[in-house]
Design a protein around this ligand. Structure first.
Ligand SMILES: [Zn+2]
Length: 310
């Protein structure tokens, strides 16, 4: 080997070391290192029960940009974070036991990988949920509202629709969520509700029974996007956690936050009550994700890795 070649090899080795030592934020350097020996992986489950939340994760040694997920008619932009030498985009998705029929659905992830557009396609099987029937006796006005309340109910549902259509690209949730109330589970997700003998919507939340006045904690960092005293839900708080994920807290006796407030995971935001359509004091917790109102229970227990497997 002549001197000129060995000098070039040394220079190349030094350059390689410099590139390998470059900080993760140095995207140009990372692109060079990753070329030729990069890895990219899409992790997601292949099936879920109707209403069951799950996660999708794209991990790449190449820089990721413009990552988005197409799921059940939604197109969700994902923020990219750095983990060791990898770019990672993570989504929390689900389906709604009321609106999503069992079947096989397309899950598509699109991203610019090292500036090249790439598309990843998966099939997701949504299986039927077996749910018991729960019969409850409530104030008849809470089953068939009087006509003078219909305008109020219509206005509230419009406000709720507007709040849930807010889209914040930054991810502020993490799994498992913080359990908002230390209470007994008094009703699970998906139960077919019969009020005063009349069938109504399936229960799309988790009820945690606790004495009136018990602290209600935020399930994750986020921004309060709606508070109100709603006809069916009573004292209500809606928190946006980013990437289309919201937590909803109903039947509160006290609301300690206002619209626009930033809340921290575990922060006390309200108190358990018995307002709206209830049979006793409890917190109704709902989790709204791309795909609809999903079952909160798995999100209070499962880690990201669990939710990627289902
Ligand atoms: Zn409930």
């Amino acid at each position: 080997m002549n001197v000129r070649w060995s000098a070039r090899l040394v220079a190349a080795a030094v350059l390689a070391c410099l590139l390998l030592a470059a900080p993760a934020s140095s995207r140009a350097a990372k692109a060079v290192v990753a070329r030729g020996a990069g890895t990219i992986r899409l992790a997601c489950p292949s099936q879920a029960i109707a209403g069951e939340p799950f996660m999708v994760r794209l991990t790449s040694s190449w820089p990721l940009e413009r990552v988005h997920v197409l799921w059940l008619g939604r197109d969700i932009d994902l923020s990219v974070s750095q983990w060791n030498d990898y770019d990672v985009a993570l989504a929390l998705l689900g389906s709604d036991v009321k609106t999503v029929k069992p079947g096989t659905y397309d899950l598509v992830v699109k991203a610019d990988v090292n500036r090249q557009p790439r598309t990843f396609r998966r099939k997701m099987e949504i299986r039927a949920r077996k749910s018991p029937v729960q019969s409850l006796s409530v104030d008849p006005r809470m089953v068939t509202p009087p006509s003078e309340e219909l305008e109020r109910i219509r206005r509230e549902s419009q406000e709720i629709g507007e709040a849930l259509s807010i889209y914040t690209p930054q991810r502020r949730w993490s799994a498992p969520l913080f359990q908002p109330v230390d209470g007994r589970v008094s009703s699970v997700y998906g139960v077919q509700r019969v009020f005063n003998g009349e069938p109504r919507n399936r229960h799309r939340g988790l009820d945690l029974a606790a004495p009136e006045g018990t602290d209600v904690h935020a399930a994750a960092d986020g921004e309060v996007v709606l508070v109100g005293h709603h006809y069916f839900a009573g004292g209500s708080i809606y928190v946006d956690h980013g990437q289309g994920v919201f937590t909803l807290y109903f039947h509160l006796s006290k609301i300690l936050v206002k619209k626009g407030d930033q809340v921290k995971r575990g922060e006390v935001i309200g108190k358990v009550g018995a307002t709206g359509r209830v049979t006793g004091p409890h917190l109704h917790l709902s989790v709204y994700v791309p795909g609809g109102l999903a079952d909160p229970a798995p999100l209070l227990e499962k880690t990201t890795d669990d939710l990627l497997r289902n």
